[in-house]
Design a protein around this ligand. Sequence first.
Ligand code: ZN
Length: 186
Amino acid sequence: MAVREVIRMGHPTLRLKAKEVAREEIQTPEFKALVQDMFDTMAEEEGIGIAAPQINVSKQVAIVGIPHDNPRYPDAPENEEEDPGFDVMVVINPKITITNQEQSGFWEGCLSVPGLRGYVERPIGVKVDYIDIDGKDQTIELSGFGATVMQHELDHLNGILYVDHVKDITKLSYTEEYMEFHDDES
Ligand code: ZN
């Protein structure tokens, strides 16, 4: 268990295409330790997702928090509006397919781009084929904010940052100014 340093925009590792994980590697203590460190680091930084390249490990593994207000989880409680809760999943060697090209926009943030928010539009529906933490093949379909969170994290495995998707640079903001001036936009 360890909180690792999160590398920031400008570090070359964030721009690499991450290497696939061999299926037999998933059960090794080293890989389990890597994933545990990713969980610890994400919790410390209060992120809703983290990808291995963000702790300077260029492998195709990401942890993604999927909000409970997603149709994929119809039975999940939709209780507190401020904190609807997340299901957290480990995604290895993902292959993403756009299932709905319609775009929706969110102000995104990133542990590797601290202190900033930017408005990004992405397709609202995706399907992801991946290997889970037990080494099993899985498929998940996501829409809305869950689809955005997934695309953001999986971009990290391809050397892409959310700022690459900010089309209107006037919608790139420091967090404080975002809260003051842009919080009601979407
Ligand atoms: Zn990020």
